[in-house]
Design a protein around this ligand. Structure first.
Ligand SMILES: Cc1ncc(C[n+]2csc(CCOP(=O)(O)OP(=O)(O)O)c2C)c(N)n1
Ligand code: SF4
Length: 261
């Protein structure tokens, strides 16, 4: 079909339609199982866009978590393996050391990375493993029913803190990125969010930089992404995005936390 060219229209001067949006090659053409407004699907796609743009699909190996993103390998069209809960940095270490020409990344929730997997992430970072870590912080254990995570905000109601998280009982929300930034071998940590278009673009740029660091053998990079879980925050997708701006970034400020690269 021929379409007349107009200013700001996707039609080109020869009358054909210009492609302005398409599925990344690294992403499978399948429906995802995530709830409406969940951030996981957005982050999955950004990773795929970055892998396509860097031309590293044939040499990338992802390590999927236990959590709502356990099925990430069903959505990514590149090599992905599964790790036991919290063990992704240890698995990624082994893969990267055996196959140093591969681009290896972990994808982990806050329960996976900042609770059961705290030891693995600290030691991988302290060793300065040349891997990329994508840390999706939604402040709850989504997969198991919305229990409190180490990252749950004070006062936040969850399945295990029905009257809100209390510091005397539950401790403070853990700022794992700030903790890791103290380790000398860590080269790059940035915190972003995917609650609106501008922030999604910033997140993509941060993910790309983290992969580039690995390509250039610079060492350990981690991107923490504040991600909505409307289901267990008991909010609409719109409210969840607004809650990140209103509450979550007060405790987890956005921006570069460490940049030694
Ligand atoms: C060894 C072990 N302990 C506990 C569990 C139960 N479990 C599965 S997922 C999960 C937490 C997931 O939360 P998070 O990492 O924040 O990811 P989300 O689902 O929120 O994306 C837990 C505790 C498990 N699968 N294995
Ligand atoms: S429970 Fe939360 S994290 Fe899990 S898929 Fe649903 S919205 Fe996403």
């Amino acid at each position: 079909m021929k379409i007349k060219s107009k200013t700001n229209s996707p039609a080109q001067t020869d009358g054909t339609l210009k492609k302005v949006f398409s599925r990344p090659e690294s992403m499978r053409d399948v429906a995802m199982h995530y709830c409406s407004g969940c951030g996981h699907g957005i982050v999955h796609r950004l990773i795929c866009e970055v892998i396509d743009e860097l031309g590293i699909r044939e040499r990338t190996i992802g390590v999927a978590p236990v959590g709502c993103a356990v099925l990430a390998y069903d959505y990514w069209d590149f090599d992905t393996t599964e790790a036991a809960h919290g063990r992704a940095p240890a698995v990624a270490t082994g893969i990267k050391r055996l196959l140093p020409d591969r681009i290896v990344f972990t994808y982990q929730g806050d329960g996976d990375l900042a609770a059961i997997g705290t030891a693995e992430i600290i030691h991988a970072a302290n060793r300065g493993e040349n891997i990329t870590v994508i840390f999706v912080n939604n402040g709850v254990y989504g997969m198991t029913g919305g229990q409190m995570a180490p990252t749950t905000l004070l006062g936040q109601k969850t399945a295990t803190t029905p009257w809100g998280r209390e510091v005397s009982r539950d401790g403070f929300p853990l700022k794992i990125s700030e903790l890791l930034s103290l380790l000398p071998a860590v080269v790059y940590i940035e915190r972003t969010t995917v609650n609106k278009a501008k922030n999604i673009l910033i997140t993509k740029g941060a993910i790309k930089r983290a992969f580039q660091n690995q390509i250039e053998n610079k060492g350990f990079s981690l991107i923490e992404i504040l991600s909505p879980c409307p289901t267990y925050w008991h909010m609409s997708p719109l409210e969840a995005g607004q809650w990140i701006d209103a509450e979550m970034v007060k405790h987890y400020p956005l921006g570069i936390i460490k940049s030694n690269c």
